[in-house]
Design a protein. Sequence first.
Length: 361
Amino acid sequence: MARAKFDELERGIAQTRAQVQEINSTQEKIDERLGTVLGDSQMQTIDVNIDDQDFKAVVENEDKLQGNIASLVYGLDEITQTFGSEFKSMSESTFMEKLTGIFSRRRAEEMKTSRIRNADIRSNLNNLIEKSEVIRGLLEEQLAVIDDRLDKSKTAQADVLDRAQTTARQIEETDAQLDELAPQISAIDAKIADATGEELKALQADRAELANTYNEATAKKQELVATQQSFERYGSIYANYVESLAKQKAAQQTLISKLNIDTEQRTIMYDALVESLRTSAQQNIGHRIDDVGRETDAQAEAMITQIGISSENRIVSMMEAHEIYMKRTADIRQKADLANAEFARRFGKIVDQVESGKYVE
């Protein structure tokens, strides 16, 4: 039974490895596309039509990956329970031992003692530890990838926000330039109406120069507003990206911590159980099975039950910690939404002023 579960776990590990490779490959492509924002190219020359579905798909697939890895960790707990049943059955007499006991109780006890002594318990334990190490390695490799992405994404996010602020200042400077040019053009228009001859030509030349400057400033503002919109969109993408990676990192660290504790405790418990079954002191209990058989069974059941209880308690603790984390995340998200709403209101006001030209009520 344990062998079948090991095979199932092995298939799960292989499937998860393939999924990790696929997600990492897709993520590298998206990282490259987002990285374009940090290059020397002007924003208006960059293809900003990145499909949000790409990012949503990555987040959803990574959520599935986290679920698969968690299933692998919990699969070890199921195997632990299976081993517990096998250890319990070791202390019980086989059909042949019971049949022999009808004719010779002493011979039946000798058969049972020999069977326990020669039982291949440690190989199962070693297999369990080996699988634990494989899964832990998978977790740690992915955690390193997540850490790297998170650091790069935070840096990129800060860069995008900084460049957005710079663009906002440039828009304000351009608006000030337009505000300065508009009355100058109006004043020249008024003079042109009454001018003639050389004076008229000079005024028209001055007006043409100011008009060119005004048009260039207007075009520059349009370019800056489009750039600002792109930065706003990328800022939102990075915010979601960083949030997703932070959640993945927390989940990954939790699973690694659980696996480390489980592996350590399983090694101690099963080593102790193996030695207990094989030492002469414990074998004496087997020779006196008629007197203390029920107590031996109770001890084995208590040990197995304790393993299951410990595993369940750790899982419950992990899940309770998740509630605290989700509340904290919700609070952070709420603050972020308020900040985003305030930014949208202020930016919308600026754009409205630009479009309407009403800077003074």
